[in-house]
Design a protein around this ligand. Structure first.
Ligand SMILES: *[C@@H]1O[C@H](CO)[C@@H](O)[C@H](O)[C@H]1NC(C)=O
Ligand SMILES: *[C@@H]1O[C@H](CO)[C@@H](O)[C@H](O)[C@H]1NC(C)=O
Ligand SMILES: *[C@@H]1O[C@H](CO)[C@@H](O)[C@H](O)[C@H]1NC(C)=O
Ligand SMILES: *[C@@H]1O[C@H](CO)[C@@H](O)[C@H](O)[C@H]1NC(C)=O
Ligand SMILES: *[C@@H]1O[C@H](CO)[C@@H](O)[C@H](O)[C@H]1NC(C)=O
Ligand SMILES: *[C@@H]1O[C@H](CO)[C@@H](O)[C@H](O)[C@H]1NC(C)=O
Ligand SMILES: *[C@@H]1O[C@H](CO)[C@@H](O)[C@H](O)[C@H]1NC(C)=O
Length: 824
């Protein structure tokens, strides 16, 4: 019998193959619907062609016979003259009062204004309610007229979507101008107007969400004025647009241009060359669905501000230099040009059906520092900048890789690898994997930046797949026995908690006075040997209550934990084999699964309300930047230090913070993310607090901040040496033959002893606590640092820390008697 899963997969595949593409209607239906639409559009175009300025004048009860412009629509057209006045006011402020006559075509032989002729790009700013809003009467619409028709009849409608209800919010305008002669209007040898496409995104400050809508209109090239309108079933905005013009001159230019371009579009639609039924619809894919709630329509006036051209006196030179710059940044020839200035626009938007009037926030009503209308870069300049920033980011990734490789080379022996936290390296690699995925994804959407995006993504990919994964695999292999031991112990403890076997007896780990009666079995490395009597009791430092802990340690009656640990298969049954720690393969799967989940969640989060979105990304950043925490934890649990190189720690902390500094702290970042120095401060502080913790573990001791009993006992290589009645843990080989009795006495008074280091053959002078100096505060302060200089092995040999650490990188046995050493 076939695998049922294969059948399911086959059915799904067949379904995908044979299901019709979404949104496609039967051909006959589509044909008749298209004819209907084209006929309506032709009618509207005739109105556009045949009307004159003044034919639409709501104040004198003159209406147009196109949807939205009829008397029975009851739109708020009474406000139109006020809105036009407001738009002229903004133009006057942007161009200067004496340039206002240019709107009427009266520029005669004055030099052209220094304005960008191609406004393709994205502008960012804020909007506020217009001062004329109170004088705009709210339109009284018969909502039942606009109810969408669902499968069970009309759906009751309360309000339109894309309505503005807040007082202020964010504003984003994206322009696109095609470089074709069809969409361009010439007049007496001058370029006068061009068709322009735009998308406006209006954010709501209170609700924290935003909507966007697509508009079409005319860009008057001489004055930098732009007129846009939405087009929906209830509002034939683009066909009535000339009647919204600010002057007779604009009316004529726009009518002539639109008459031509709309006529061409309709012909294309008739010939089946346009795929969408409504080429001017406000949704990006050009669909207008009658079962969806209607949206508010808009008429938008924009005025480009005069571009400052440094170093050239006002006049025709400015304009020619600017058009040269424009040409040069689009088709670079290598000419040296001044840096391209950003574009600025003022905006007034009016909704005749929803009755709102909003404006871009800026002078003269607001101080320029507070908000300065809409600003943004020309597309080419934006790409240039993005390319530069991507290059910098690639350098950052290379830097990360550089430090990573040095660390990998340093941690080339099992002993050094076993100190490194697997999870710290995993988190760093996850970050690189995330970069790879995001960059590959973005490169699909931005064709122009494909090469730098893919190159940077590849660098990150190399970092994660070739080096990160390799290093993780090494660490995983080295730490496998440790994990198995831990699992076995946990299992044993569970079993014993369930009901201790008769053979097991409970031996208290320590007697009341704090000196261990029986050395507790160290968790990571067994140091109990057959010669148990010679074994050094785990030295006790005063600050470690864990060794005096009352936690009972279970030891089988034969007291041979080692034998049991060394022979896991003695008691091993099939059950135990099934409970083994997961292999690296499953870890690999988990790694990529986590990566994909994070990616999809983040993609989803980009469409959340802005507050939630910001919270999510800050949380994500915070958990990512906690990458030193696992290392601190591991240092603490194993009582070891110096797992990672310091240049690795500092380099990674700095380089991995840089992208966050860019998005949170740099105003002109490519995403135009708002600057948030508080969040950035928190993130940076968090990383450096972790680094400080690592540093303090190195200097003071890996466990200085732990006061609980939850850390497993571990061997302490830096014990406080004592020479008194209650405890004598002096290493073997104290140089008792001091040169002279006086010197010996002097050394003893200072609480020092001299030993030989068998590795470098030099002397070690170590502080020793004896009866005289006990309790004189030597235990703290200077002793903390002094203790770091020597190391005592469990077999009571003493070495310089640097000597033994160098040795232990390669062999975990004592250089003198080959006794096994617990890992550092
Ligand atoms: C536009 O109007 C002119 C007359 O003013 C007429 O000749 C022409 O056919 C009309 N064009 C269209 C597309 O309606
Ligand atoms: C408006 O145009 C429609 C055709 O779309 C026509 O049936 C109607 O009579 C016109 N109304 C007026 C007042 O001209
Ligand atoms: C207005 O009148 C026209 C016919 O002239 C009709 O087609 C349209 O549905 C009416 N609109 C409203 C909102 O009543
Ligand atoms: C709204 O329009 C519906 C039909 O489209 C009509 O029955 C109803 O009377 C109208 N309501 C008002 C208040 O005009
Ligand atoms: C738009 O919102 C305003 C409130 O700000 C409300 O008065 C108006 O009725 C709404 N218009 C529509 C068509 O939903
Ligand atoms: C404006 O610039 C964009 C981006 O370079 C280009 O795609 C477009 O064709 C240009 N349009 C015009 C009218 O020059
Ligand atoms: C509109 O275009 C037609 C040709 O498609 C032309 O005959 C007519 O004069 C134009 N009308 C105006 C007002 O430019």
């Amino acid at each position: 019998m076939a695998d049922p899963r294969a059948i399911v997969a086959l059915v799904i595949l067949l379904f995908i193959f044979f299901s019709p593409p979404p949104g496609q209607e039967p051909l006959v239906h589509a044909r008749s619907r298209l004819e209907h639409i084209v006929a309506a559009e032709r009618h509207d175009l005739t109105i556009l062609n045949q009307t004159r300025l003044g034919d639409f004048d709501p104040a004198q009860e003159r209406w147009l016979n196109i949807s939205g412009f009829r008397a029975n629509d009851t739109f708020a057209w009474q406000a139109l003259p006020l809105v036009k006045e407001r738009a002229r006011h903004q133009s006057a402020h942007a161009l200067g009062h004496d340039n206002l006559v240019r709107l009427d075509g009266g520029d005669g032989d004055r030099p052209p204004l220094p304005l960008y002729r191609n406004v393709t790009g994205t502008m960012y700013g804020e909007w506020v309610r217009s001062p004329i809003q109170p004088s705009v009467a709210s339109p009284k619409l018969n909502m039942t007229e606009y109810s969408p028709v669902g499968p069970f009849g009309p759906i009751p409608l309360r309000s339109f979507s894309k309505n503005v209800t807040a007082k202020a919010g964010s504003l984003e305008v994206w322009f696109e101008e095609a470089d074709t002669q069809e969409t361009l209007l010439w007049h007496e040898g001058k370029r006068v107007a061009r068709e322009v496409k735009a998308q406006i995104s209006v954010g709501d400050e209170e609700a924290g969400d935003s909507w966007d809508t697509r508009l079409f209109g005319v860009h008057f090239l001489e004055t930098g004025n732009i007129m846009l309108a939405t087009t929906t079933d209830k509002f034939a905005g683009i066909f009535g647009l000339p009647h919204m013009a600010l002057s007779e001159y604009h009316y004529q230019s726009s009518q002539e241009l639109l008459n031509r371009t709309l006529g061409l579009s309709i012909s294309e639609q008739e010939d089946g060359l346009l795929r969408s039924f409504s080429p001017w619809a406000p949704t990006p894919d050009g669909t207008s669905d009658s079962s969806m709630a209607p949206t508010c329509d808009m008429i938008v006036y924009l005025q480009q501000h005069i571009v400052p051209v440094p170093g050239v006196e006002p006049g025709p030179d400015q304009e020619s230099l600017l058009s040269f710059i424009e040409q040069e940044i689009r088709f670079p020839t290598g000419a040296s040009i001044p840096p391209a200035q950003q574009m600025a626009f003022s905006m007034v938007a009016f909704s005749p059906d929803c009755g709102f009037v909003i404006e871009s926030k800026g002078p003269p009503e607001f101080a320029p520092q507070e908000a300065n209308h809409l600003r943004g870069l020309k597309l080419e300049v934006g790409y240039q900048r993005a390319r530069r920033h991507l290059l910098l980011f690639a350098a950052v990734v290379s830097g990360q890789l550089f430090f990573f490789l040095r660390q990998m080379r340093d941690a080339s022996t099992p002993s050094t690898r076993s100190r490194i936290s697997f999870y710290t390296i995993s988190m760093l690699s996850l970050g690189d994997g995330f970069t790879t995925m995001v960059f590959c994804l973005i490169s699909l959407f931005i064709q122009t930046l494909w090469v730098p995006l893919i190159a940077t993504g590849f660098l990150a990919f190399m970092s994660v797949s070739f080096f990160g994964m390799r290093f993780l695999m090494d660490i995983w292999a080295v730490q496998a026995p440790e994990r198995e031991r831990r699992e076995r112990r946990e299992r044993q403890q569970r079993q014993q908690a369930a009901g201790p076997p008769a053979a097991a007896t409970t031996v208290p780990a320590s007697t009341a006075d704090g000196a261990p009666a029986q050395p507790p079995p160290p968790p990571q490395a067994p140091i109990i040997t057959a010669a148990g009597a010679e074994t050094l009791p785990a030295p006790v430092t005063a600050a470690r209550p864990v060794d005096t802990g009352a936690t009972p340690v279970f030891i089988p009656s034969d007291q041979d934990t080692q034998a049991e640990e060394d022979a896991p298969n003695a008691a091993a049954t099939g059950v135990e084999a099934g409970q083994r720690a997961p292999g690296f393969g499953s870890l690999y799967t988990r790694f990529y699964f986590l990566l994909l989940i994070t990616l999809f969640l983040s993609l989803n989060a980009t469409s959340w309300p802005s507050g939630l979105r910001r919270g999510y990304f800050t949380l994500l950043a915070f958990s990512y930047l906690s990458f030193w925490i696992p290392q601190i934890h591991r240092n603490c649990m194993r009582n070891c230090r110096h797992a990672l190189r310091w240049d690795f720690v500092a380099g990674q902390s700095l380089l991995r913070l840089l992208p966050f500094a860019y998005f949170y702290g740099y105003e002109n970042n490519v995403l135009f993310a708002a600057v948030d120095l508080i969040d950035l401060g928190i993130l940076a502080a968090w990383v450096w607090i972790q680094v400080l913790l690592l540093l303090s573990q190195e200097i003071i001791g890996p466990r200085w901040f732990v006061r609980g009993t939850w850390v497993p006992p571990a061997y302490d290589y830096h014990p406080i040496l004592r020479d008194d009645e209650e405890a004598n843990n002096l290493p073997i080989g104290a140089t008792t033959s001091m040169p002279s009795p006086e010197q010996e006495k002097e050394a003893k008074d200072k609480g020092k002893r001299v030993f030989d280091c068998a590795i470098c053959m030099h002397e070690i002078e170590v502080p020793v606590l004896n009866e005289g100096s006990a309790g004189e505060g030597l235990t703290t302060g200077s002793l903390v640092l002094e203790r770091r200089k020597y190391m005592v092995t469990p077999c009571r040999h003493i070495f310089h820390s640097s000597c033994l650490e160098g040795w232990m990188k390669f062999r975990l046995v004592c250089p003198i008697d080959r006794e096994e050493l617990p890992p550092l």
